[in-house]
Design a binder for this molecule. Structure first.
Ligand SMILES: NC(=O)c1ccc[n+]([C@@H]2O[C@H](COP(=O)([O-])OP(=O)(O)OC[C@H]3O[C@@H](n4cnc5c(N)ncnc54)[C@H](OP(=O)(O)O)[C@@H]3O)[C@@H](O)[C@H]2O)c1
Length: 233
């Protein structure tokens, strides 16, 4: 059997790092993508110290040139891709209001949380199509759920709702290529973003991603999931 190959963005720490750790532990060839090569290399070193071999990939998801360079690097080193986890994200507007949030914060948040995953999908779907059972997993948030949305973190929440729309569009566009595309909410997780008071460990936050990457049926697509189950958009 061919070795499965995965790319995880924003993976030098937090939930992305944990996803790399678990996928590598399950035998995947993992590309740990990080915008800062030094931080990425240090993360790869931590995994190596625990006996796991992963490769670093420099990638700033808010920069089209960086995405194109990383996609070219991947295309020259692997003949297919099984899993893309669009995990990189920023949360810069916790105390802001939709009534006065700065356009700069909205733009940067969209560029990272929404446009980045869309462009990654555009550049990598041809490699994923060669898998025969490709998976794209967009790490969204409960704050992006329209049915629950109130005033919290407007730029972040709107960017994640739009990321969910990216999921729906790409799932439909890629259905005949045998690529499943889903959004997940990890829950509130103890990372730099989630803070020390969050109830879930990174391993608990990563669980639905790992399940979608390894066990879920390919027919499960175009969904928003938490704890392995669909939740309202
Ligand atoms: N933690 C939670 O409670 C929670 C809840 C719901 C959803 N999420 C989502 O889960 C995902 C991971 O979050 P986390 O909690 O693990 O956060 P984190 O610890 O802050 O990690 C975020 C990661 O994204 C990277 N990143 C940010 N901007 C990037 C860019 N332009 N290009 C490439 N990488 C970039 C960061 O890199 P640097 O180290 O270089 O900054 C870091 O590796 C995010 O999409 C987040 O929105 C988290």
């Amino acid at each position: 059997m061919k070795q499965k190959i995965a790319v995880v963005t924003g993976a030098n720490k937090g939930i992305g790092f944990e996803i790399c750790r678990q996928l590598a532990g399950k035998g995947f060839q993992v590309f740990l993508a990080a915008r800062d090569l030094k931080r990425g290399t240090e993360a790869v070193g931590k995994l190596k110290a625990s006996g796991l071999e992963v490769k670093v990939l420099q990638l700033d998801v808010s920069d089209l040139k960086s995405i194109e360079k990383a996609a070219a690097e991947l295309a020259s080193s692997v003949d297919h891709l099984d899993v893309l986890v669009n995990n990189a994200g920023i949360y810069e507007d916790e105390d802001a209001s939709a009534l006065n949030i700065s356009p700069e914060i909205v733009e940067q948040t969209f560029r990272t949380n929404t446009l980045g995953p869309l462009l990654m999908t555009q550049r990598l779907w041809p490699l994923l199509a060669k898998s025969g059972s490709g998976r794209i997993i967009n790490v969204s948030s409960g704050l992006g759920s329209l049915s629950e949305m109130e005033t919290t973190a407007p730029a972040y929440s709107i960017s994640k709702a739009a990321l969910n729309a990216v999921t729906r569009q790409c799932a439909a566009a890629l259905k005949d290529k045998k690529i499943a595309v889903n959004s997940i909410s990890p829950g509130w997780v103890r990372t730099e973003m989630g803070g020390a008071g969050a109830p879930l460990t990174p391993a608990e936050g990563a669980d639905t991603v790992i399940w979608l990457a390894t066990e879920a049926p390919l027919s499960l697509t175009s969904q928003f999931l938490r704890e392995r189950k669909p939740i309202p958009w």
